[in-house]
Design a protein around this ligand. Structure first.
Ligand SMILES: *Cc1c(COP(=O)(O)O)cnc(C)c1O
Length: 222
């Protein structure tokens, strides 16, 4: 089924939208099945789990860290992670920079913006984003590159609310894209949309969707 699910989603995807297959909690065999069907970008939300899967799966996979980050674990993925979606503290950016430097590579990052009304979701406010992007401290981080924003909408069926949240992020993205371009900041990616809301996210400007259960089935948290 994984192959069919993947192909079904990809058939309807606009050419400018990248699909991240969110494989958290799923066994390596499931990822291999998606790989065999052509998928090369996988998203995980736990660093240790991503490291373990990276070790045993083909080396041309691009690994995206989509979860909330613990600074002390960044070092375990710094040698190979392809894109970090969930940066929500300046301190974390500094740690990513430090670890990337050790491997002499630049790590692409997305800043997570809080668009949901729920208390539980992480992320910077719009004001904080503007402050960070214009700060001197950011310019000093030579081993990271800010390539866009990530957002998680409220878990709701209310289409109008979802649309408002996606548009908030899209508007911020377009504005900052026009005004901010430095050596380590070039906004190109807008990561929003999951299994339940990705068509709406795409309609509102998403260029990268993170889809798990619609590809791999429901997750079993033990
Ligand atoms: C789990 C997760 C997803 C995928 O969720 P689905 O509803 O299974 O598609 C997307 N983004 C983040 C940040 C996640 O943690």
């Amino acid at each position: 089924m994984i192959k069919e699910n993947l192909l079904h989603i990809k058939r309807k995807l606009p050419g400018n939208v990248t699909l991240v297959a969110v494989s958290k909690t799923k066994p390596v065999a499931d990822l291999q099945e998606a790989y065999d069907a052509g998928q090369r970008i996988f998203g995980e939300n736990k660093i240790q789990e991503m490291v373990d899967k990276h070790e045993v799966l083909p080396k041309d996979i691009q690994w995206h860290m989509i979860g909330h980050l613990q600074s002390n674990k960044v070092k375990y993925m710094a040698s190979f992670v392809n894109l970090i979606h969930g940066v929500d503290k300046f301190k974390t950016l500094k740690e990513i920079n430090k670890q990337a430097k050790k491997h002499d590579r630049v790590i692409d990052c997305l800043l997570q913006v809080k668009i949901a009304k729920e208390e539980t979701k992480f992320g910077f406010s719009v004001d904080e984003i503007e402050t960070i992007l214009s700060s001197k401290e950011l310019k000093d981080l030579e081993y990271i590159k800010i390539v866009g924003f990530m957002g998680m909408a409220t878990f709701t069926e209310d289409k109008q609310q979802l649309e408002e949240e996606f548009l908030l992020l899209k508007t911020l993205f377009e504005k900052q894209k026009q005004t901010t371009e430095t050596k380590n900041c070039k906004l190109q990616i807008l990561s929003m949309g999951m299994s339940g809301d990705y068509p709406l996210a795409i309609a509102n400007g998403s260029t990268m969707i993170r889809v798990g259960s619609s590809i791999f089935g429901n997750r079993n948290y033990k």
